[in-house]
Design a protein around this ligand. Structure first.
Ligand SMILES: Cc1ncc(C[n+]2csc(CCOP(=O)(O)OP(=O)(O)O)c2C)c(N)n1
Ligand SMILES: *[C@@H]1O[C@H](CO)[C@@H](O)[C@H](O)[C@H]1NC(C)=O
Ligand SMILES: [Mg+2]
Length: 578
Protein backbone atom coordinates (compact mmCIF):
# COMPACT_ATOMS: atom_id res chain seq x y z
CA UNK A 1 0.00 0.00 0.00
CA UNK A 2 1.39 3.46 -0.86
CA UNK A 3 1.44 6.44 1.50
CA UNK A 4 -1.62 7.99 -0.09
CA UNK A 5 -3.82 4.92 -0.37
CA UNK A 6 -5.45 4.84 3.08
CA UNK A 7 -8.57 6.59 4.22
CA UNK A 8 -7.25 8.58 7.18
CA UNK A 9 -4.18 10.85 7.33
CA UNK A 10 -1.66 11.49 10.08
CA UNK A 11 -2.96 14.99 10.85
CA UNK A 12 -6.46 13.65 11.41
CA UNK A 13 -5.30 10.73 13.55
CA UNK A 14 -3.26 13.13 15.67
CA UNK A 15 -6.13 15.58 16.20
CA UNK A 16 -8.72 12.88 16.76
CA UNK A 17 -6.44 11.38 19.40
CA UNK A 18 -6.13 14.73 21.13
CA UNK A 19 -9.89 15.08 21.15
CA UNK A 20 -10.29 11.52 22.47
CA UNK A 21 -8.00 12.48 25.37
CA UNK A 22 -10.16 15.43 26.36
CA UNK A 23 -8.05 18.15 24.77
CA UNK A 24 -10.37 20.89 23.53
CA UNK A 25 -8.21 23.85 22.56
CA UNK A 26 -5.23 24.25 20.28
CA UNK A 27 -3.15 27.44 20.17
CA UNK A 28 -0.50 27.80 17.53
CA UNK A 29 1.07 29.19 14.44
CA UNK A 30 0.95 27.13 11.26
CA UNK A 31 3.45 26.83 8.44
CA UNK A 32 5.36 23.95 6.92
CA UNK A 33 4.73 21.13 7.85
CA UNK A 34 1.73 21.62 10.16
CA UNK A 35 -0.85 23.63 8.19
CA UNK A 36 -2.85 20.45 7.66
CA UNK A 37 -2.73 19.73 11.40
CA UNK A 38 -4.40 23.06 12.15
CA UNK A 39 -7.05 22.33 9.53
CA UNK A 40 -7.59 18.80 10.85
CA UNK A 41 -7.93 20.18 14.40
CA UNK A 42 -10.94 22.24 13.39
CA UNK A 43 -12.33 19.38 11.30
CA UNK A 44 -12.40 17.03 14.30
CA UNK A 45 -13.94 19.72 16.52
CA UNK A 46 -11.06 21.29 18.44
CA UNK A 47 -11.14 25.07 18.93
CA UNK A 48 -8.15 26.46 17.03
CA UNK A 49 -6.69 29.80 18.12
CA UNK A 50 -4.15 31.31 15.73
CA UNK A 51 -1.60 33.34 17.66
CA UNK A 52 1.17 35.74 16.58
CA UNK A 53 4.15 34.27 18.42
CA UNK A 54 4.69 30.71 19.69
CA UNK A 55 5.71 32.06 23.10
CA UNK A 56 2.23 33.47 23.63
CA UNK A 57 0.66 30.35 22.11
CA UNK A 58 2.54 28.14 24.55
CA UNK A 59 1.62 30.34 27.52
CA UNK A 60 -2.03 30.17 26.44
CA UNK A 61 -1.99 26.37 26.13
CA UNK A 62 -0.61 26.01 29.65
CA UNK A 63 -3.13 28.48 31.09
CA UNK A 64 -5.97 26.42 29.60
CA UNK A 65 -4.41 23.43 31.36
CA UNK A 66 -4.47 25.25 34.69
CA UNK A 67 -8.01 26.56 34.24
CA UNK A 68 -9.61 23.33 33.00
CA UNK A 69 -7.41 20.50 34.27
CA UNK A 70 -6.89 19.14 30.73
CA UNK A 71 -3.85 20.28 28.79
CA UNK A 72 -4.21 22.79 26.00
CA UNK A 73 -2.37 21.88 22.81
CA UNK A 74 0.24 24.14 21.27
CA UNK A 75 0.96 23.62 17.58
CA UNK A 76 4.27 24.86 16.22
CA UNK A 77 6.42 24.53 13.11
CA UNK A 78 9.86 22.98 13.13
CA UNK A 79 13.04 24.70 14.36
CA UNK A 80 12.37 28.33 15.35
CA UNK A 81 8.67 27.68 16.03
CA UNK A 82 9.51 24.99 18.52
CA UNK A 83 12.31 27.03 20.09
CA UNK A 84 9.83 29.84 20.83
CA UNK A 85 7.47 27.35 22.46
CA UNK A 86 10.20 26.20 24.86
CA UNK A 87 9.41 29.38 26.84
CA UNK A 88 5.91 28.18 27.58
CA UNK A 89 7.09 24.66 28.33
CA UNK A 90 9.64 25.90 30.87
CA UNK A 91 7.03 28.16 32.45
CA UNK A 92 4.51 25.31 32.59
CA UNK A 93 7.05 22.98 34.21
CA UNK A 94 7.87 25.60 36.82
CA UNK A 95 4.18 26.24 37.56
CA UNK A 96 3.08 22.60 37.40
CA UNK A 97 0.56 23.27 34.63
CA UNK A 98 -0.32 20.67 31.99
CA UNK A 99 0.19 21.36 28.28
CA UNK A 100 0.99 19.34 25.15
CA UNK A 101 3.20 20.76 22.44
CA UNK A 102 2.95 19.30 18.94
CA UNK A 103 5.96 20.22 16.84
CA UNK A 104 6.16 19.61 13.14
CA UNK A 105 9.64 18.46 12.13
CA UNK A 106 11.65 17.54 9.10
CA UNK A 107 10.79 14.49 7.03
CA UNK A 108 12.19 11.19 8.28
CA UNK A 109 14.13 10.59 5.05
CA UNK A 110 15.93 13.95 5.38
CA UNK A 111 17.05 13.54 8.98
CA UNK A 112 20.62 14.74 9.46
CA UNK A 113 20.86 16.19 5.94
CA UNK A 114 20.32 19.83 6.89
CA UNK A 115 16.63 19.80 6.10
CA UNK A 116 14.52 22.98 6.20
CA UNK A 117 14.38 24.19 9.85
CA UNK A 118 15.98 20.95 10.99
CA UNK A 119 16.71 20.97 14.71
CA UNK A 120 17.23 18.29 17.39
CA UNK A 121 13.67 18.86 18.62
CA UNK A 122 13.19 15.76 20.73
CA UNK A 123 16.46 16.29 22.62
CA UNK A 124 15.82 20.01 23.05
CA UNK A 125 12.43 19.49 24.66
CA UNK A 126 13.64 16.94 27.19
CA UNK A 127 14.74 19.52 29.77
CA UNK A 128 11.43 21.30 29.33
CA UNK A 129 9.00 18.42 29.65
CA UNK A 130 7.90 15.33 31.54
CA UNK A 131 7.60 13.21 28.42
CA UNK A 132 8.74 13.56 24.85
CA UNK A 133 8.43 11.24 21.84
CA UNK A 134 8.85 11.08 18.08
CA UNK A 135 6.33 8.51 16.83
CA UNK A 136 7.48 6.61 13.75
CA UNK A 137 4.23 4.94 12.78
CA UNK A 138 1.05 6.99 12.35
CA UNK A 139 -1.14 4.01 13.24
CA UNK A 140 0.31 4.23 16.73
CA UNK A 141 -0.18 8.01 17.19
CA UNK A 142 -3.14 7.47 19.55
CA UNK A 143 -0.88 5.45 21.84
CA UNK A 144 1.62 8.32 22.09
CA UNK A 145 -1.01 11.01 22.52
CA UNK A 146 -2.70 9.12 25.34
CA UNK A 147 0.61 8.59 27.07
CA UNK A 148 1.56 12.25 26.62
CA UNK A 149 -1.74 13.64 27.91
CA UNK A 150 -1.71 11.21 30.83
CA UNK A 151 1.85 12.22 31.74
CA UNK A 152 0.91 15.90 31.61
CA UNK A 153 -1.77 15.54 34.31
CA UNK A 154 -0.58 12.65 36.53
CA UNK A 155 1.71 13.45 39.45
CA UNK A 156 2.85 17.07 39.33
CA UNK A 157 1.38 18.36 36.06
CA UNK A 158 3.69 19.75 33.39
CA UNK A 159 4.53 20.02 29.72
CA UNK A 160 4.83 17.11 27.25
CA UNK A 161 6.05 17.04 23.67
CA UNK A 162 5.15 15.07 20.54
CA UNK A 163 7.35 15.42 17.46
CA UNK A 164 5.48 14.98 14.20
CA UNK A 165 7.70 14.23 11.19
CA UNK A 166 6.57 16.26 8.18
CA UNK A 167 6.04 13.21 5.99
CA UNK A 168 3.64 11.72 8.54
CA UNK A 169 1.21 14.64 8.41
CA UNK A 170 -0.26 13.73 5.02
CA UNK A 171 0.57 10.04 5.02
CA UNK A 172 -2.56 7.89 4.95
CA UNK A 173 -3.40 4.50 6.39
CA UNK A 174 -6.51 2.37 6.52
CA UNK A 175 -8.65 3.51 9.42
CA UNK A 176 -9.00 -0.13 10.51
CA UNK A 177 -5.27 -0.29 11.16
CA UNK A 178 -5.43 2.58 13.66
CA UNK A 179 -6.13 1.62 17.23
CA UNK A 180 -7.66 4.66 18.88
CA UNK A 181 -7.22 4.77 22.64
CA UNK A 182 -9.89 5.65 25.19
CA UNK A 183 -9.65 8.81 27.25
CA UNK A 184 -7.19 8.31 30.08
CA UNK A 185 -8.70 8.11 33.55
CA UNK A 186 -8.61 11.10 35.90
CA UNK A 187 -5.37 11.49 37.83
CA UNK A 188 -4.97 9.13 40.82
CA UNK A 189 -5.81 10.56 44.24
CA UNK A 190 -3.15 9.17 46.54
CA UNK A 191 -3.44 9.30 50.31
CA UNK A 192 -0.49 10.13 52.50
CA UNK A 193 1.00 7.52 54.82
CA UNK A 194 -1.38 7.38 57.85
CA UNK A 195 1.45 7.12 60.41
CA UNK A 196 3.06 10.26 59.06
CA UNK A 197 -0.32 12.00 59.16
CA UNK A 198 -0.48 11.14 62.88
CA UNK A 199 3.00 12.55 63.38
CA UNK A 200 1.97 15.73 61.58
CA UNK A 201 -1.12 16.33 63.68
CA UNK A 202 0.81 15.65 66.91
CA UNK A 203 3.23 18.36 65.85
CA UNK A 204 0.40 20.74 65.02
CA UNK A 205 -1.14 20.08 68.47
CA UNK A 206 2.03 21.41 70.12
CA UNK A 207 1.96 24.63 68.11
CA UNK A 208 1.11 27.93 69.72
CA UNK A 209 1.85 29.93 66.54
CA UNK A 210 0.52 27.88 63.61
CA UNK A 211 0.33 29.14 60.04
CA UNK A 212 -1.08 27.55 56.90
CA UNK A 213 0.38 28.55 53.53
CA UNK A 214 -1.93 27.82 50.62
CA UNK A 215 -0.04 27.32 47.37
CA UNK A 216 -1.19 26.99 43.81
CA UNK A 217 -0.91 23.21 44.28
CA UNK A 218 -4.15 23.56 46.26
CA UNK A 219 -5.69 25.44 43.34
CA UNK A 220 -4.46 22.83 40.85
CA UNK A 221 -5.84 20.01 43.04
CA UNK A 222 -9.28 21.67 43.19
CA UNK A 223 -9.02 21.35 46.96
CA UNK A 224 -10.81 24.60 47.88
CA UNK A 225 -13.68 22.96 49.76
CA UNK A 226 -11.56 20.69 51.91
CA UNK A 227 -8.85 23.27 52.53
CA UNK A 228 -11.55 25.58 53.83
CA UNK A 229 -12.96 22.90 56.11
CA UNK A 230 -9.47 22.21 57.48
CA UNK A 231 -8.77 25.86 58.16
CA UNK A 232 -12.17 26.78 59.56
CA UNK A 233 -12.56 23.69 61.74
CA UNK A 234 -9.26 24.35 63.45
CA UNK A 235 -9.32 28.16 63.18
CA UNK A 236 -5.88 28.29 61.59
CA UNK A 237 -4.49 31.59 60.32
CA UNK A 238 -3.47 31.29 56.67
CA UNK A 239 -1.88 33.19 53.84
CA UNK A 240 -1.82 32.35 50.13
CA UNK A 241 1.11 32.30 47.72
CA UNK A 242 0.55 34.56 44.69
CA UNK A 243 -1.49 32.02 42.72
CA UNK A 244 -2.83 30.32 45.85
CA UNK A 245 -4.89 33.50 46.21
CA UNK A 246 -8.62 32.82 46.02
CA UNK A 247 -8.54 29.15 47.07
CA UNK A 248 -10.05 30.73 50.17
CA UNK A 249 -11.29 34.30 49.63
CA UNK A 250 -8.77 37.01 50.54
CA UNK A 251 -11.34 38.68 52.79
CA UNK A 252 -11.72 35.58 55.00
CA UNK A 253 -11.30 36.51 58.69
CA UNK A 254 -8.49 33.95 59.09
CA UNK A 255 -6.46 35.41 56.19
CA UNK A 256 -3.31 37.14 57.46
CA UNK A 257 -1.76 37.94 54.06
CA UNK A 258 -1.10 41.61 54.88
CA UNK A 259 1.00 40.42 57.85
CA UNK A 260 2.97 38.02 55.66
CA UNK A 261 6.49 38.86 56.80
CA UNK A 262 5.65 38.69 60.48
CA UNK A 263 3.59 35.51 60.07
CA UNK A 264 6.43 33.69 58.29
CA UNK A 265 9.06 34.89 60.72
CA UNK A 266 7.20 34.12 63.94
CA UNK A 267 5.24 30.96 63.13
CA UNK A 268 6.42 27.85 64.99
CA UNK A 269 4.67 25.32 62.71
CA UNK A 270 3.97 26.09 59.07
CA UNK A 271 1.61 23.81 57.13
CA UNK A 272 2.41 23.99 53.41
CA UNK A 273 -0.56 23.04 51.26
CA UNK A 274 0.81 22.65 47.74
CA UNK A 275 3.40 25.39 48.24
CA UNK A 276 7.10 24.75 47.64
CA UNK A 277 9.93 26.11 49.77
CA UNK A 278 11.46 27.92 46.80
CA UNK A 279 12.39 31.61 46.43
CA UNK A 280 8.78 32.74 46.81
CA UNK A 281 8.80 31.35 50.37
CA UNK A 282 12.41 32.36 51.02
CA UNK A 283 13.44 28.67 51.10
CA UNK A 284 11.98 28.29 54.60
CA UNK A 285 15.21 29.51 56.18
CA UNK A 286 16.56 32.55 58.10
CA UNK A 287 16.42 35.48 57.95
CA UNK A 288 12.80 35.25 56.83
CA UNK A 289 11.99 32.22 59.02
CA UNK A 290 13.03 31.28 62.51
CA UNK A 291 15.76 28.58 62.33
CA UNK A 292 13.60 26.33 64.54
CA UNK A 293 10.40 26.58 62.51
CA UNK A 294 8.85 23.18 61.82
CA UNK A 295 7.04 22.40 58.59
CA UNK A 296 4.26 20.06 57.60
CA UNK A 297 4.64 19.77 53.86
CA UNK A 298 1.85 18.41 51.69
CA UNK A 299 2.87 17.89 48.08
CA UNK A 300 1.90 15.69 45.15
CA UNK A 301 5.58 15.24 44.35
CA UNK A 302 7.61 13.23 46.89
CA UNK A 303 10.90 14.67 45.58
CA UNK A 304 9.73 18.08 46.77
CA UNK A 305 9.56 17.03 50.42
CA UNK A 306 12.29 18.26 52.82
CA UNK A 307 13.76 20.61 50.20
CA UNK A 308 15.96 23.23 51.91
CA UNK A 309 14.76 22.40 55.46
CA UNK A 310 15.77 18.76 55.96
CA UNK A 311 14.37 17.16 59.11
CA UNK A 312 12.53 20.26 60.20
CA UNK A 313 9.77 19.06 57.88
CA UNK A 314 7.28 16.25 58.10
CA UNK A 315 6.52 15.27 54.52
CA UNK A 316 3.12 14.11 53.37
CA UNK A 317 3.11 12.95 49.77
CA UNK A 318 -0.30 12.68 48.16
CA UNK A 319 -3.14 14.36 46.35
CA UNK A 320 -3.74 17.57 48.24
CA UNK A 321 -7.51 17.26 48.34
CA UNK A 322 -7.19 13.84 50.01
CA UNK A 323 -4.36 14.66 52.38
CA UNK A 324 -6.13 17.75 53.70
CA UNK A 325 -9.13 15.56 54.51
CA UNK A 326 -6.81 13.13 56.27
CA UNK A 327 -5.40 15.97 58.36
CA UNK A 328 -8.86 17.28 59.28
CA UNK A 329 -10.00 13.80 60.23
CA UNK A 330 -6.91 12.97 62.27
CA UNK A 331 -7.14 16.27 64.16
CA UNK A 332 -10.83 15.66 64.84
CA UNK A 333 -10.04 12.32 66.44
CA UNK A 334 -7.60 13.82 68.91
CA UNK A 335 -8.98 14.53 72.37
CA UNK A 336 -10.49 17.99 72.50
CA UNK A 337 -10.33 18.46 68.72
CA UNK A 338 -7.50 20.97 68.32
CA UNK A 339 -8.57 24.47 67.42
CA UNK A 340 -6.35 27.47 67.56
CA UNK A 341 -8.03 30.05 69.79
CA UNK A 342 -9.35 33.09 67.96
CA UNK A 343 -8.23 35.17 70.93
CA UNK A 344 -4.55 34.47 71.46
CA UNK A 345 -1.32 36.45 71.54
CA UNK A 346 -0.47 34.97 68.13
CA UNK A 347 -3.70 36.11 66.52
CA UNK A 348 -3.33 39.49 68.19
CA UNK A 349 0.16 40.16 66.89
CA UNK A 350 -0.84 39.11 63.38
CA UNK A 351 -3.99 41.20 63.47
CA UNK A 352 -2.05 44.21 64.66
CA UNK A 353 0.29 43.89 61.66
CA UNK A 354 -2.60 43.31 59.24
CA UNK A 355 -4.20 46.53 60.43
CA UNK A 356 -1.06 48.64 60.23
CA UNK A 357 -0.02 47.35 56.80
CA UNK A 358 -3.47 47.82 55.32
CA UNK A 359 -3.47 51.34 56.74
CA UNK A 360 -0.09 52.12 55.14
CA UNK A 361 -1.37 51.01 51.70
CA UNK A 362 -4.56 52.99 52.08
CA UNK A 363 -2.61 56.11 52.99
CA UNK A 364 -0.61 55.80 49.78
CA UNK A 365 -3.81 55.08 47.85
CA UNK A 366 -5.44 58.22 49.16
CA UNK A 367 -2.76 60.37 47.51
CA UNK A 368 -4.58 61.21 44.29
CA UNK A 369 -2.01 63.68 42.97
CA UNK A 370 -0.98 63.63 39.30
CA UNK A 371 1.12 61.87 38.06
CA UNK A 372 -0.52 59.02 39.97
CA UNK A 373 1.20 56.43 42.14
CA UNK A 374 0.57 52.66 41.91
CA UNK A 375 -1.60 52.49 45.03
CA UNK A 376 -3.98 55.17 43.79
CA UNK A 377 -4.32 53.35 40.46
CA UNK A 378 -5.00 50.00 42.11
CA UNK A 379 -7.52 51.38 44.58
CA UNK A 380 -9.54 52.81 41.67
CA UNK A 381 -9.39 49.45 39.92
CA UNK A 382 -10.29 47.56 43.09
CA UNK A 383 -13.40 49.70 43.62
CA UNK A 384 -14.99 48.51 40.38
CA UNK A 385 -13.49 45.08 39.73
CA UNK A 386 -16.19 42.38 39.54
CA UNK A 387 -15.66 39.89 42.37
CA UNK A 388 -15.70 36.91 40.03
CA UNK A 389 -13.33 38.26 37.37
CA UNK A 390 -10.18 36.45 36.32
CA UNK A 391 -7.20 38.66 37.07
CA UNK A 392 -4.13 38.26 34.87
CA UNK A 393 -1.14 40.27 35.99
CA UNK A 394 2.53 40.75 35.23
CA UNK A 395 5.26 43.28 35.73
CA UNK A 396 7.47 44.00 38.73
CA UNK A 397 5.84 46.76 40.81
CA UNK A 398 2.64 46.41 38.84
CA UNK A 399 2.34 42.73 39.68
CA UNK A 400 3.54 42.92 43.28
CA UNK A 401 1.46 45.90 44.33
CA UNK A 402 -1.50 44.58 42.34
CA UNK A 403 -1.30 41.32 44.22
CA UNK A 404 -1.61 43.03 47.59
CA UNK A 405 -4.20 45.58 46.50
CA UNK A 406 -6.57 43.46 44.38
CA UNK A 407 -8.47 40.76 46.26
CA UNK A 408 -9.30 37.35 44.83
CA UNK A 409 -12.44 35.56 45.92
CA UNK A 410 -12.35 32.43 43.77
CA UNK A 411 -9.75 29.71 43.15
CA UNK A 412 -7.80 29.71 39.86
CA UNK A 413 -8.87 33.31 39.17
CA UNK A 414 -5.39 34.81 39.33
CA UNK A 415 -2.74 34.08 36.69
CA UNK A 416 0.60 35.84 36.88
CA UNK A 417 4.31 35.56 36.10
CA UNK A 418 4.40 32.61 38.48
CA UNK A 419 7.21 30.54 39.91
CA UNK A 420 9.40 31.15 36.85
CA UNK A 421 8.81 34.93 36.90
CA UNK A 422 8.22 35.02 33.15
CA UNK A 423 7.40 38.37 31.56
CA UNK A 424 5.26 38.20 28.44
CA UNK A 425 2.77 35.61 29.71
CA UNK A 426 -0.10 38.06 30.27
CA UNK A 427 -1.65 38.28 26.82
CA UNK A 428 -1.51 34.53 26.19
CA UNK A 429 -3.04 33.83 29.62
CA UNK A 430 -5.77 36.43 29.11
CA UNK A 431 -6.59 35.08 25.64
CA UNK A 432 -6.81 31.52 26.98
CA UNK A 433 -9.06 32.56 29.86
CA UNK A 434 -11.34 34.60 27.60
CA UNK A 435 -11.57 31.81 24.98
CA UNK A 436 -12.48 29.34 27.71
CA UNK A 437 -15.10 31.61 29.33
CA UNK A 438 -16.66 32.33 25.93
CA UNK A 439 -16.75 28.62 25.14
CA UNK A 440 -18.52 27.69 28.38
CA UNK A 441 -20.95 30.59 28.02
CA UNK A 442 -19.69 32.47 31.06
CA UNK A 443 -20.04 36.24 31.24
CA UNK A 444 -17.18 36.60 33.72
CA UNK A 445 -14.64 39.28 32.85
CA UNK A 446 -10.94 38.84 32.20
CA UNK A 447 -8.94 41.81 33.46
CA UNK A 448 -5.28 41.85 32.44
CA UNK A 449 -3.10 44.30 34.32
CA UNK A 450 0.31 44.79 32.76
CA UNK A 451 3.42 46.79 33.44
CA UNK A 452 4.48 48.71 30.32
CA UNK A 453 7.56 46.52 29.93
CA UNK A 454 5.60 43.30 30.49
CA UNK A 455 3.06 44.40 27.88
CA UNK A 456 5.76 44.83 25.26
CA UNK A 457 6.84 41.18 25.29
CA UNK A 458 3.65 39.95 23.59
CA UNK A 459 1.93 43.20 22.65
CA UNK A 460 1.14 42.14 19.08
CA UNK A 461 -1.21 39.47 20.46
CA UNK A 462 -3.60 42.42 20.66
CA UNK A 463 -4.44 41.55 17.06
CA UNK A 464 -5.36 38.03 18.22
CA UNK A 465 -7.57 39.50 20.94
CA UNK A 466 -9.40 41.71 18.47
CA UNK A 467 -9.65 39.03 15.76
CA UNK A 468 -11.47 36.71 18.15
CA UNK A 469 -13.50 39.57 19.69
CA UNK A 470 -12.42 38.74 23.21
CA UNK A 471 -13.86 41.35 25.60
CA UNK A 472 -10.73 41.50 27.77
CA UNK A 473 -9.95 44.69 29.68
CA UNK A 474 -6.24 45.46 29.49
CA UNK A 475 -4.77 47.99 31.86
CA UNK A 476 -1.20 49.07 31.16
CA UNK A 477 0.31 50.71 34.23
CA UNK A 478 2.76 52.92 32.45
CA UNK A 479 5.77 54.19 34.41
CA UNK A 480 8.04 54.49 31.34
CA UNK A 481 10.13 51.50 32.18
CA UNK A 482 11.17 48.34 33.95
CA UNK A 483 10.31 49.17 37.58
CA UNK A 484 11.06 52.83 36.94
CA UNK A 485 11.75 55.15 34.06
CA UNK A 486 12.63 58.72 33.21
CA UNK A 487 10.19 61.56 32.62
CA UNK A 488 9.42 63.38 29.38
CA UNK A 489 11.76 66.29 30.15
CA UNK A 490 14.78 64.15 30.90
CA UNK A 491 14.11 62.09 27.81
CA UNK A 492 13.91 65.19 25.65
CA UNK A 493 17.28 66.43 26.88
CA UNK A 494 18.91 63.09 26.17
CA UNK A 495 17.32 63.01 22.74
CA UNK A 496 18.48 66.54 21.89
CA UNK A 497 22.02 65.59 22.89
CA UNK A 498 21.74 62.32 20.91
CA UNK A 499 23.03 60.42 23.94
CA UNK A 500 20.24 57.87 24.21
CA UNK A 501 22.39 54.77 24.44
CA UNK A 502 24.84 56.25 26.92
CA UNK A 503 22.44 58.15 29.14
CA UNK A 504 19.06 56.45 29.19
CA UNK A 505 19.02 54.06 32.15
CA UNK A 506 18.75 50.41 31.04
CA UNK A 507 15.36 50.28 32.76
CA UNK A 508 13.84 53.08 30.74
CA UNK A 509 11.32 52.84 27.93
CA UNK A 510 9.81 55.61 25.83
CA UNK A 511 8.11 58.09 28.18
CA UNK A 512 4.37 58.53 27.70
CA UNK A 513 4.24 55.79 25.05
CA UNK A 514 0.71 55.46 23.62
CA UNK A 515 0.07 51.76 24.06
CA UNK A 516 -3.70 52.26 23.70
CA UNK A 517 -3.13 52.96 20.02
CA UNK A 518 -2.02 49.36 19.58
CA UNK A 519 -5.50 48.06 20.33
CA UNK A 520 -7.08 50.84 18.26
CA UNK A 521 -5.08 49.67 15.26
CA UNK A 522 -7.14 46.46 15.36
CA UNK A 523 -10.54 47.94 16.14
CA UNK A 524 -10.50 47.70 19.94
CA UNK A 525 -11.22 50.61 22.26
CA UNK A 526 -8.27 52.51 23.69
CA UNK A 527 -8.07 55.00 26.55
CA UNK A 528 -5.15 57.16 27.64
CA UNK A 529 -5.58 58.40 31.19
CA UNK A 530 -3.49 60.65 33.36
CA UNK A 531 -5.81 61.58 36.24
CA UNK A 532 -7.73 59.46 38.78
CA UNK A 533 -11.03 60.78 37.45
CA UNK A 534 -10.18 59.85 33.89
CA UNK A 535 -9.20 56.39 35.10
CA UNK A 536 -12.55 55.99 36.85
CA UNK A 537 -14.39 57.06 33.71
CA UNK A 538 -12.40 54.72 31.50
CA UNK A 539 -13.03 51.76 33.81
CA UNK A 540 -16.73 52.56 33.86
CA UNK A 541 -16.77 52.78 30.08
CA UNK A 542 -15.03 49.39 29.66
CA UNK A 543 -17.15 47.60 32.24
CA UNK A 544 -20.52 49.17 31.62
CA UNK A 545 -20.71 51.03 28.31
CA UNK A 546 -18.66 48.72 26.05
CA UNK A 547 -18.63 45.42 27.95
CA UNK A 548 -18.37 43.33 24.79
CA UNK A 549 -15.43 45.10 23.26
CA UNK A 550 -11.73 44.45 23.74
CA UNK A 551 -10.31 47.49 25.48
CA UNK A 552 -7.03 48.86 26.75
CA UNK A 553 -6.52 51.59 29.32
CA UNK A 554 -3.04 53.11 29.23
CA UNK A 555 -2.50 54.69 32.65
CA UNK A 556 0.33 57.17 32.80
CA UNK A 557 1.83 57.17 36.28
CA UNK A 558 4.79 58.71 38.03
CA UNK A 559 7.93 57.11 36.50
CA UNK A 560 9.53 56.96 39.94
CA UNK A 561 6.52 55.69 41.88
CA UNK A 562 7.68 52.87 44.14
CA UNK A 563 6.23 50.23 46.34
CA UNK A 564 6.22 50.60 50.08
CA UNK A 565 8.83 48.59 51.95
CA UNK A 566 6.50 45.76 53.07
CA UNK A 567 5.60 44.92 49.50
CA UNK A 568 9.16 43.86 48.71
CA UNK A 569 7.96 40.80 50.51
CA UNK A 570 9.85 38.06 48.77
CA UNK A 571 13.29 39.57 49.07
CA UNK A 572 15.95 38.11 51.25
CA UNK A 573 18.58 40.25 49.60
CA UNK A 574 18.09 43.98 49.62
CA UNK A 575 17.70 44.45 45.90
CA UNK A 576 14.65 44.02 43.82
CA UNK A 577 14.39 40.93 41.66
CA UNK A 578 13.38 42.57 38.42
C1 LIG B 1 11.23 36.89 29.99
C2 LIG B 1 11.74 37.86 30.98
N1 LIG B 1 12.62 38.81 30.63
C3 LIG B 1 13.05 39.71 31.53
C4 LIG B 1 12.65 39.66 32.82
C5 LIG B 1 13.16 40.67 33.85
N2 LIG B 1 12.02 41.50 34.29
C6 LIG B 1 11.40 41.29 35.46
S1 LIG B 1 10.10 42.30 35.69
C7 LIG B 1 10.37 43.07 34.21
C8 LIG B 1 9.48 44.17 33.74
C9 LIG B 1 9.02 45.10 34.83
O1 LIG B 1 8.55 46.30 34.29
P1 LIG B 1 7.03 46.55 34.03
O2 LIG B 1 6.40 45.38 33.41
O3 LIG B 1 6.91 47.82 33.28
O4 LIG B 1 6.44 46.67 35.51
P2 LIG B 1 6.76 47.84 36.55
O5 LIG B 1 7.63 47.26 37.62
O6 LIG B 1 7.47 48.95 35.83
O7 LIG B 1 5.45 48.25 37.08
C10 LIG B 1 11.47 42.52 33.56
C11 LIG B 1 11.96 42.97 32.24
C12 LIG B 1 11.75 38.61 33.18
N3 LIG B 1 11.31 38.45 34.41
N4 LIG B 1 11.31 37.75 32.24
C1 LIG C 1 2.36 0.31 12.60
O1 LIG C 1 1.51 0.02 13.68
C2 LIG C 1 0.46 -0.87 13.32
C3 LIG C 1 -0.49 -0.93 14.52
O2 LIG C 1 0.22 -1.28 15.70
C4 LIG C 1 1.04 -2.23 12.93
O3 LIG C 1 0.01 -3.09 12.53
C5 LIG C 1 2.01 -2.00 11.78
O4 LIG C 1 2.68 -3.21 11.47
C6 LIG C 1 3.04 -0.93 12.10
N1 LIG C 1 3.81 -0.63 10.92
C7 LIG C 1 5.13 -0.64 10.91
C8 LIG C 1 5.78 -0.28 9.61
O5 LIG C 1 5.78 -0.93 11.90
MG1 LIG D 1 6.91 49.74 33.99
Amino acid sequence: MSDTDGDIDGATILCRSLKDQGVKYMFGIVGFPVIEVGIAAQAVGLEYVAMRNEQAASYAASAIGYLTGRPGACLVVSGPGLVHALSGMANAMSNGWPMIVIGGSSDEDQEGMGAFQEFPQVESTRLFSKYTARPSNISRLPFYIEKAVRSSIYGRPGAVYIDMAGNMVNKKVAENDVSFVQKCAAAPRMLADPDTVKEAVSLLMTSSRPLVVIGKGAAIAGAEKNVRTFIETHKLPFLPTPMGKGVIPDDHPLCVAPARSRALLKADVVVLLGARLNWILHFGIPPRFDPNTKFIQVDICPEELHNNVGNRAIGLAGHLDCVVQQLTEALGKLPGCYTHPIKSPWRDTLQEKVTSNVKASETLASDLSVPMNYYAVFSKIRNVLPKDCIIVSEGANTMDIGRTMLPNYLPRHRLDAGSFGTMGVGLGFAIAAAIWLKDIGSTKKVVCIEGDSAFGFSGMEMETVCRYNLPIIFIVVNNNGISFGVDDDFYKQVKDMKTETSMLPPTSLLPSARYEKVIEAFGGKGYYVVTPDALENALDSCLNKHPNRPSLINVKINPTSMRKQQDFFWLTRSENKL
